[in-house]
Design a protein around this ligand. Structure first.
Ligand code: PHE
Length: 345
């Protein structure tokens, strides 16, 4: 019995030394068969129970020596195969080694701000609506009560598609208002985040592409007071509890009345700084009551329903919140800029 086991050990040794795998795959098969956690060399140490007590010590020594020899044989084979591969492919090193750790990325500041805005409005029951960036003239302008000769339609501002004169890159997310209202009957309560395009000269303040979040609420008896409360809630959630708002009369073709909303400057606490240009107020969005003409255009009866809408630039909010003074930074993908942002959102 004992002789058997010593014989088996010697056979195994011969087998291992004779093995000459030539490829990385064959070498791995060798490793698994002999040196792996369920390999034969583990098995060998179980044979020890068949060895008579006086020979156990001897057997243990030989088994250990075999294990070491097998390991050395494996290492030698491995360097030979690697050297061969290096000669053939020019690739150096152990290709089966784990790669260098992949650094964890940070969310883009525009994504962080968009998610914050979405989070605030979803608390109020707004649903997210997304739609196309390549839009037709009707949804971007006509339905939104923007007359044919309105300056916003000018070729100067709008990117039209060369071969499709009715098609354009949407100039605002208000097109999603038209899309949603033609598809869905009130009550409608949506926010629409997305990218928009304008033919602007790129500078620290302006870019040809940027992002907006649109808000739209249409139902029976929606009033200006609802608009004001909604935006006041948003302003406090976004810019801090102490934030005050003010609405200044303004003009948009698709809202009547229209307003621009300012928040009290959260940077200087409305004392006056260069962000608020020493006025204590910063402008953050445009808004108003949905013009009855818009409701008519999309097939909603303005005698039965009313609504409010608002739209804000996301870059603008991000620039204010993070005190970023150049809009181009958002689109340059410079890791030194991007990795400064971290957020749970
Ligand atoms: N669409 C307007 C803009 O791009 C913003 C806006 C949206 C104003 C909704 C009023 C209502 O400037």
């Amino acid at each position: 019995m004992a002789e058997d086991v010593f014989q088996k050990l010697a056979d195994l040794q011969r087998e291992i030394e004779g093995a000459q795998p030539e490829t990385a795959e064959a070498l791995e098969a060798f490793r698994i068969k002999y040196l792996g956690s369920k390999g034969l060399l583990k098995e060998v140490f179980r044979w020890i129970k068949d060895v008579p007590p006086e020979k156990k010590r001897d057997f243990g020594k030989q088994a250990n020596a075999l294990k070491q020899a097998a390991q050395a044989h494996y290492e030698a084979l491995k360097s030979r195969i690697e050297a061969g591969r290096e000669r053939e492919t020019g690739l150096k090193g152990d290709l089966s080694a784990p790669g260098p750790p992949i650094p964890l990325g940070a969310r883009h500041p525009l994504a962080i701000v968009t998610n914050r805005i979405i989070h605030i409005f979803t608390k109020l029951g707004f649903a997210i609506a997304e739609d196309r960036e390549i839009e037709d003239d009707w949804h971007n302008f006509t339905a939104m009560n923007t007359p044919e000769n309105h300056p916003a339609r000018d070729m100067q501002d709008t990117y039209y598609l060369r071969d499709f004169p009715e098609m354009l890159l949407r100039t605002h997310t208000s097109s999603v208002q038209a899309r949603t209202m033609t598809r869905q009957k009130p009550p409608i309560r949506i926010i629409a985040p997305g990218r928009v395009y304008r033919n602007e000269t790129i500078s620290a303040r302006a870019h040809a592409q940027f992002h907006q979040v649109e808000g739209l609420y249409v139902d029976k008896n929606v009033s200006f007071a609802d608009l004001k409360q909604t935006l006041f809630f948003f302003a406090r959630e976004m810019y801090g509890e102490k934030t005050r708002i003010r609405l200044r009369p303004s003009y948009f073709p698709f809202t009547e009345p229209s307003a621009e909303m300012d928040v009290s400057c959260f940077i200087c606490d409305a004392k006056g700084c260069n962000i608020c240009k020493y006025t204590g107020w910063v402008e953050i969005l445009g808004c108003g009551m949905v013009d009855p003409a818009v409701l008519e255009n999309v097939g909603i009866d303005p005698d039965e329903y009313s609504g409010f809408a608002f739209g804000m630039g996301i870059e603008r909010q991000a620039m204010l919140l993070y005190k970023i003074n150049d809009i181009r930074l958002f689109f340059e993908n410079d890791a030194r800029f991007l990795k400064q942002f971290t957020s749970a959102f």
